[in-house]
Write a protein that binds this ligand. Structure first.
Ligand code: URA
Ligand code: CA
Length: 433
């Protein structure tokens, strides 16, 4: 087999065989196929697309390019959730204990990553003593005993994806549905999920700016998952404004605790119940989404979800008393209000720019080497659709620096107050198969 023939075949719009796909994925991972040939093929895929079979083959070839986590010693159906990423997305912190409280095993492998705030692990590390450096044996034991554990990234997962994604990044081939869908799905499958729930975000703060693009990506991923034997569902949700009210690590942890108590922001609560319902159905604990939702509401109301969160934190060395006393979380030295410059209705809060403002305070990493400040961030006092009086606080800034003028300027530039403003649709679509 020759790479040049595979490139030409795809360039001319033909479907590649399973063997051809495996050939270029393995060859590129090993270094036998050079960057210039792989980038040429990526561009041909960008223009010619891939069939459903090719997408599934590409996904599995990338899964098989490295280690796969074996969770077979964990009893029950392991359901994983993936979000395509957003600003102030506190859902995992709430969903994990919530679903685990219904006896569904949550074996979460998580990263730190770059972004406006840290990843799930950074947020959890706002709890004194909490750590994810546990052995795989302990990880599996904890999930079997208490249904929930989080471990840092282990093993050499999907090296093919790492290499191809890095190449796509510099060759104008990131924005291709078959390439994005197979990239995301390969990582979830290699991490050992039996079933997968996807939260595909849309809006200015998301990778997919329009609902149509998000729909295409969600449908592509649901198809891949189900084709390769992993039950998969998806939702398309809004990321035009930040989710919930808190953006920042300790601030989001506090928001997660509030939400587990049933006192969280409306949008975050709704999103968690929607995604959680899909997880419960995929775990075969309920027949319908409605039934699943009632079960989830039940463990919020009776305190079991919150209790599960405490057990989980202390199992991994964390001081669980923060759940009852969030003042023990890292706190910023200074707070500043951002007063509205006029009266009206908030009509826009541009999610990704507000995320950048929180990064300017130190809540997120720009490069892998950056350290993050767990205490700092933003708490929105107003959201899109809320009425506001001149001088009223739009949001509170939590900072460890005295000078936040640049941050304020950035925020003012990206919050609009008009005569009219509407609450954006939170959940655009629910895709079950
Ligand atoms: N996120 C991924 O993991 N892969 C892509 O290709 C794009 C976004
Ligand atoms: Ca939030």
């Amino acid at each position: 087999m020759r790479m040049v023939d595979i490139i030409a075949k795809k360039r001319d719009g033909h479907a590649l065989t399973t063997e051809e796909i495996k050939f270029f994925v393995d060859g590129y991972t090993k270094g036998d196929i050079p960057d210039y040939q792989m980038s040429s093929l990526a561009m041909a895929i960008f223009f010619q697309d891939m069939t459903d079979e090719e997408r599934a083959d590409l996904t599995m070839a990338m899964v098989e390019s490295g280690d796969q986590i074996d969770l077979s010693d964990i009893k029950g159906i392991k359901v994983d959730k993936h979000s395509t990423g957003g600003v102030g997305d506190t859902t995992t912190l709430v969903l994990a204990p919530l679903v685990a409280a219904l006896d569904i095993p949550v074996a979460k492998m998580s990263g730190r990553g770059l972004g406006h705030t840290g990843g799930t692990i950074d947020k959890l590390e706002a709890v004194e003593g909490f750590h994810v450096e546990i052995s795989e044996d302990d990880f599996i034991k904890l999930v079997n005993e208490d249904q929930l554990a989080v471990i840092g990234q282990t093993g050499n997962l999907t090296p093919a994806d790492k290499k191809i994604y890095a190449l796509r990044d510099v060759t104008g081939t990131v924005n291709s549905i078959p390439l994005i869908a197979s990239s995301i799905m390969s990582k979830k499958i290699a991490a050992g999920a039996d079933a997968i729930v996807l939260d595909v975000k849309t809006g200015n703060g998301a990778f997919m700016k329009t609902v149509e693009d998000a729909e295409q990506l969600a449908n592509a991923m649901v198809k891949i998952g189900n084709q390769v034997g992993r039950n998969t569902m998806a939702i398309i949700s809004d990321m035009s404004q930040p989710l919930g009210r808190a953006i920042g690590n300790a601030l989001e942890l506090k928001e997660a605790i509030d939400t587990l108590k049933g006192e969280g922001p409306e949008d975050l609560t709704e999103l968690v119940l929607t995604l959680g319902s899909q997880m419960v159905v995929l775990a075969e604990k309920a027949e319908t989404l409605e039934e699943a939702r009632e079960m989830l509401q039940g463990v919020i109301d009776n305190g079991k979800a919150l209790e599960k969160f405490k057990v989980f934190l202390s199992n991994q060395g964390g001081d669980a008393s923060v759940v009852d006393d969030p003042s023990k979380l890292p706190t910023a030295k200074y707070t500043f209000e951002l007063p509205a410059k006029q009266s009206g209705v908030v009509s826009e809060m541009i999610a990704n720019e507000i995320g950048i403002a929180s990064m300017m305070l130190g809540a997120g990493r720009q490069t892998k080497e950056d350290t993050i400040d767990l205490a700092v961030g933003l708490v929105l006092n107003k959201k899109v659709g809320d009425a506001v009086e001149e001088g009223e606080s739009l949001l509170t800034i939590y900072a460890n620096q005295e000078d936040v003028e640049q941050v304020k300027a950035k925020l003012y530039d990206n919050i609009t107050i008009s005569e009219h403003g509407e609450v954006p649709t939170l959940i655009h679509e629910i895709i079950t198969k």
